[in-house]
Design a protein around this ligand. Sequence first.
Ligand code: PXG
Length: 289
Amino acid sequence: MKIYIDGKFYEENEAKISVFDHGLLYGDGVFEGIRSYNRLVFKLREHIDRLFESAKSIMLTIPLSREELIKAVILTLKKNNLKDSYIRLVVTRGKGDLGLDPRKCKGKPTVIIIADKIALYPQTLYQEGLKIITVPTIRNLPEALNPQIKSLNYLNNILAKIEATNAGCDEAIMLDSLGYVAECTGDNIFIVKGKNLYTPPQCMGTLRGITRDAVLEIARKNKIPAHEHVITRHEVYISDECFLTGTAAEIIPVVAVDGRVIGDGRPGKITSVLLKKFRELTKREGIRY
Ligand code: PXG
């Protein structure tokens, strides 16, 4: 594996950064998870735009332009000769001292690109569906650390994931501070009721997922009324279908939430239609390499 760090490529065991990098010391940095399908990078520009927005919010100057970053991602994919891949793009504050003041990071921010494969869930779970629970840890308050910032500080999500795992579940629903459904640890959540599709609006402490937006677009194009609307746990329990979306997970059905069976306990029809259309989209859209 060839890993990109600041314009150079390193073998995996040679790819190292300083222990004084504030990405490590404080989670001070931003990242994106991106996928390529058959040599097409899906929604690459959208991911790069979100990376720049996250960086702007934390006042981190990415030392490359958008176009340069796109070229670097493509180059990393070519060097690794990967047709289908999961790309992790990371920009850290860089090397500083042991204090948290980012002004002490005198050098440039560190840019890292790793291209690998990922299978977040075993294939059987895509057919059988996930059993998930609501966990005690609420999603970060937008007033404190806005979930729109895809920062390297993922402890909020990791704590929720641990709670789900401890309970023997595959994923966790995280609520916002008012008790409304926000999202899962690394995925957005959707429900289907009747002919309608619902997902929480991004202002509810929810990352505006790129897969989420693609699904909303697919739904609207296919005459499935799609709404960004606050969702309570009750509405999830009584939904006909439920599924999660994310770059890593893609679209994965949910068949039980907090012990309540969703629909007939099997992946739903609208979920399957959306998954099929999503797969078609990933085959034809993207930046080719
Ligand atoms: N919500 C959160 C909190 C996320 O981290 C999504 C939603 C989905 O967004 P996209 O743009 O990918 O549709 C994410 C995505 C993992 C993992 O291992 C997931 C993400 C990042 C890193 C790892 O599940 N994020």
